[in-house]
Ligand binder design. Structure first.
Ligand code: CAA
Length: 249
């Protein structure tokens, strides 16, 4: 971003997680005014302290992204305190892995709400202000497991696959308004979420990645920052697969 340009406002949901943190840092380093959405106060306080120690002073805003009204309240506050969200990164997500025959309704519901409804809730609340200003960038963080099958992830795969339908449809609806909507599908990245998979299962999974390793959070954040830029204006409805060759098609 050039120095004389307006500071674009970027909201990252689930900012206190592994991927979110890397995205926040990259966007701040690239000159954006970044807002970090969080869900758990105690985790956010710890995160904030650590980020400040590293030189990142980022405003934190609470919302339960699975709740339409909670997101609405957050966006209203941001609008009042800072202004219109120019860039939205739908990054918040959870896993509740388990074989489908044992999957509880609660684990299905929690994942669909947190990983898919969240994208609707956030997009719906930012889209009209973006249309009003004829500018916006929406980046939905899906997963390699929304593109292929993964044992134990029927809920997660359904939600992440759903994100593609939302991305593509919204992309064509707002393409003439200066707004782009894209998806990034990370493979297995070295975050707490992936490290929570039992070690021997994780080792088996890594063997299926031709690059021979887990991805780095920076490798996803870098692509987010590019899609957030003005230069990415002609890229919309696209999906970036960043998975070390684990799923090529
Ligand atoms: N393929 C085929 N069969 C399998 C299997 C596999 N990968 N894993 C287990 N099974 C079989 C078991 O042998 C067992 O068979 P029997 O009933 O005949 O004994 C049956 O399936 C049920 O096994 P479990 O009781 O172990 O199943 P579970 O409900 O406890 O679930 C699991 C196991 C927790 C899902 C475990 O397999 C696992 O952790 N898998 C990895 C899931 C994964 O990749 N998660 C990604 C998290 S990170 C992320 O999501 C980020 C991202 O975007 C990539």
């Amino acid at each position: 971003m050039k120095k004389d340009e307006k500071k674009y406002v970027a909201l990252v949901t689930g900012a206190t997680g592994g991927l979110g943190t890397a995205m926040v840092k990259h966007l701040v380093d690239d000159g954006y005014l970044v807002i970090a959405n969080y869900h758990t106060r105690a985790k956010a306080d710890k995160w904030n302290e650590k980020m400040k120690a590293e030189g990142y002073d980022v405003p934190l805003y609470y919302a339960d992204v699975s709740d339409f009204n909670s997101v609405g309240e957050m966006i209203e506050k941001i609008q009042k305190d800072i202004g219109t969200v120019d860039i939205l990164v739908n990054n918040a997500g959870i896993t509740r892995d388990g074989a489908f025959r044992k999957m509880t309704f609660e684990n299905w519901d929690a994942v669909i709400r947190t990983n898919l409804y969240s994208a609707f809730n956030c997009c719906r609340h930012v889209i009209n202000p973006m249309i009003d200003q004829q500018y916006g960038r929406i980046i939905n963080i899906s997963s390699v497991n929304g593109q292929r099958a993964q044992f134990g992830q029927a809920n997660y795969a359904a939600a992440k696959a759903g994100m593609h339908g939302l991305t593509k449809t919204l992309a064509i609806e707002v393409a003439s308004k200066g707004i782009t909507v894209n998806t990034i599908s990370p493979g297995y990245i070295g975050t707490d979420m992936v490290m929570a998979v039992a070690e021997e299962i994780r080792e088996q999974i890594i063997k299926t990645i031709p690059a021979g390793r887990l991805g780095g959070t920076y490798e996803i954040a870098h692509r987010v920052s590019f899609l957030a830029s003005k230069d990415a204006a002609f890229i919309t409805g696209a999906n970036y697969c960043i998975n070390g060759g684990q799923h090529v098609f």
